[in-house]
Design a protein around this ligand. Structure first.
Ligand code: SF4
Length: 482
């Protein structure tokens, strides 16, 4: 116990918070039946991640913290001393999966410390503790840096603990993140979102936009380059808003991209995700001019009807969106575009759906993520009747999927025979062919030696299967830019 107290004190000092403040900022509840499940010195951990790339990165930061404390990862959640579910609230299905898992673990015999982090932690902390008395802690999206102290409090007090601040403070230990890929890395540049789309929980679960200081981002990117990473994806709910909350930095998103592009040895830069309103001409010019910045933009339209866009509070019209796409294509003619679309939003008529369908036909995205609307608690849209029948939503979804498959195949047909720069990421699932991506995010598999993993290769694509190009190596000279 003395050792645990020491760790608690060390962590408290490390996080520069007086202990009283630390304890006041967390909340304890009497544990109904947890005492026999506790351990004083957890040695292993398991983290299951749901949802978006932001969650994946948060998991990497949390596992970095756990490993710094001496815990090691195990593959089986039932074997782990500490089990964490890093959750997502965007879709109902993801939430139901977590609930099922929490219920299952509660029936196990092993002494475990069980925690929930991520968006569900913010949206449902009270009901989670009520429903799952064996749950030990809940840590919100703005508190992942507090995981260590919270774990100590759980061990020390043997009570349920939660820490869910509304606002994010920029104090994460990014450099200790435990990356699970040797070639590509995510780098967080902004957290939260100020857009308040009526269907989305993110502004409530992740809070308002907080940009990360450019020096901190550059330091992490330099380290990643030194460590041999070839591709960096800048992450945020809306990366294009970067720097707007800190005008004194004088560094907007395109300025940040220019600084990262200057890092000696940088391979590729990507970014996601974007809000169309914040995609500026300066950003388009950066995509054209910065050698390391890839020509792929996730440009989510969400719907093709102006009435539905307004109801979604997307703050652009279809015409404004089309104008931006036209300008981007004028500046970067060979850019590839991706999108997100929600079908069956409350009151969406067949005619309005057809406007979405026609928008896809017109834009010809290379990548589309399509969803049937499901109401999310705490959002403005929750107040509206979910009045599009499920079978109609599914029918609309299928029509979009069929259309996207056709467009994707047409685009791949047009590209077949071309040679592309491919960043080789790993072996394909078959373990024989190498797998990589072009600058425009197309997946390519081809024959080559393992030593090519982590290098840029020129590959001629001769055919495709579903969404994957099959290709042949043109020559093995390593190139960093097209
Ligand atoms: S832009 Fe809209 S959909 Fe995207 S995270 Fe913000 S509120 Fe959610």
């Amino acid at each position: 116990m003395q050792q645990i107290l020491n760790t608690l004190i060390i962590n408290t000092l490390y996080y520069s918070e007086p202990m009283s403040l630390l304890i006041l900022s967390c909340h304890f509840k009497e544990p109904p039946c947890t005492i026999d499940r506790f351990m004083e010195n957890p040695k292993t951990y398991f983290v299951r991640t749901y949802g978006c790339q932001m969650n994946e990165l948060d998991t990497q930061i949390m596992t970095g913290q756990l490993e710094k404390r001496g815990l090691t990862a195990v593959c089986d959640e039932e074997e782990a001393d500490v089990v964490i579910f890093n959750t997502c609230s965007i879709r109902d299905l993801a939430e139901r999966k977590v609930m099922g898992k929490l219920g299952q673990l509660g029936r196990g015999k092993k002494r475990q410390i069980i925690g929930v982090t991520g968006c569900m932690a913010m949206a449902k902390k009270d009901s989670l503790f009520r429903k799952f008395p064996h749950l030990d802690f809940v840590v919100g999206t703005n508190n992942i840096t507090d995981l260590g102290p919270v774990l100590d409090e759980v061990i020390y007090t043997q009570k349920q603990v939660y820490k869910t601040d509304d606002r994010f403070e920029e104090n994460l230990d990014y450099l200790s993140a435990k990356r699970d890929h040797k070639v590509k890395a995510f780098v967080s540049i902004i957290r939260g979102c100020d857009k308040f789309c009526t269907y989305c929980v993110v502004p409530y679960t992740r809070g308002q936009e907080v940009s990360r200081p450019p020096e901190s981002i550059i330091e992490e990117c330099k380290k990643l380059v030194d460590d041999g990473y070839k591709e960096i994806t800048l992450l945020g709910q809306n990366v294009n808003s970067y720097g707007k909350d800190e005008p004194s930095w004088n560094c907007l998103f395109h300025d940040l991209l220019a600084k990262i592009d200057q890092i000696p040895g940088i391979g590729r830069i990507r970014f996601m995700t974007s809000h169309p309103v914040d995609i500026t001409k300066e950003l388009m010019l950066a995509i054209r001019d910065l050698p390391s910045l890839c020509e792929f933009v996730h440009f989510p339209i969400q719907a093709g009807s102006n009435r539905i866009l307004k109801k979604m509070h997307r703050i652009y019209t279809k015409e404004q969106y089309f104008e931006k796409v036209a300008l981007l294509r004028e500046i970067v003619p060979d850019v590839s575009l991706g999108t997100d679309i929600i079908v069956g939003f409350p009151t969406e008529t067949e005619e309005e759906f057809l406007e979405t369908y026609q928008a896809i036909e017109q834009i010809r995205y290379s990548l589309g993520f399509f969803y049937a609307y499901s109401p999310r608690k705490g959002t403005p849209a929750m107040r509206w009747k979910d009045d599009v029948p499920e079978e109609v939503k599914q029918d609309r979804l299928q029509r979009l999927l069929d259309l996207q498959e056709k467009i994707g195949n047409d685009l791949r047909k047009e590209k077949t025979g071309n040679t592309y720069e491919v960043l080789v990421e790993r072996f394909n699932k078959d373990g024989k062919l190498l797998k990589g991506r072009t600058r425009r995010w197309e997946k390519v598999i081809f024959e080559g030696p393992e030593s090519m993993i982590g290098t840029l290769q020129n590959v001629r694509v001769h055919s495709y299967h579903h969404e994957t190009f099959l290709g042949t190596l043109v020559h093995s000279e390593t190139k960093y830019h097209n």
